[in-house]
Design a protein. Structure first.
Length: 206
């Protein structure tokens, strides 16, 4: 009788373990799906928020479980990365889906739709208004640009933007923000057209 009970207990333990494994696999599938769906936004955040201080290779060569990615993003925020709680959560979910311990060493590049990151032609309002609102631009600059360009756009790691001649050349300004220039990463995947117009409007008043 005791021997039979021991077999039943062992079978229950094995069944519980298998259920845990299957549950884990299902969770990974969900994360992978989320990662694929959110790839453009997450990759844009990596370029805009993380590549300011270090090479993207420092991220892409890692293969970490979710808790380690959570600790990594949290440490990055504590060191001054301008990342909102919603953006931090997105980064953790995406990174743990794409760069998990079971991921292959070589990953296919993420396809980003850079076509959406082009300045609108004059009079084109198909994607909403692009007239900048300086009041919104101040908060957007503080959250996205101030870490490099300094408080009040007076310069820091990046050049001073207050009264910078580039503000009078909107095409060049837009191209630089959207696609990057020199050490500055591209922000086209992280900022909307309206965001960029708002930041430009605020900078023009400084």
């Amino acid at each position: 009788m005791k021997r039979k009970k021991g077999r039943v207990d062992a079978l229950m333990i094995v069944a519980g373990f298998l259920a845990l494994v299957l549950s884990t696999w299902a969770q990974e599938d969900d994360l992978t799906t989320l990662g694929a769906a959110w790839a453009p936004r997450a990759e844009g955040l990596i370029a805009a928020r993380c590549s300011v201080c270090h090479s993207p290779d420092l991220i892409t060569q890692q293969r970490l479980p979710r808790d380690r990615w959570m600790a990594t993003v949290d440490k990055m925020v504590q060191w001054g990365a301008q990342v909102s709680p919603e953006e931090a959560a997105l980064l953790v979910r995406y990174l743990s889906a794409r760069y998990h311990p079971g991921a292959p060493e070589q990953l296919a590049p993420v396809e980003l739709d850079h076509g959406k990151a082009e300045p609108l032609a004059p009079g084109d309002t198909s994607e909403g208004p692009v007239a900048g609102v300086a009041g919104r631009g101040a908060a957007l600059f503080a959250h996205n640009c101030q870490a490099c360009h300094g408080s009040g756009a007076m310069g820091g790691m990046g050049p001073k933007l207050a009264k910078n001649p580039i503000l009078k050349h909107e095409d060049l300004f837009w191209e630089t923000v959207l696609h990057g220039r020199g050490p500055m990463p591209a922000w086209g995947s992280a900022l909307s057209h309206q965001d960029i117009a708002d930041i430009h409007a605020w900078l023009a008043e400084q």
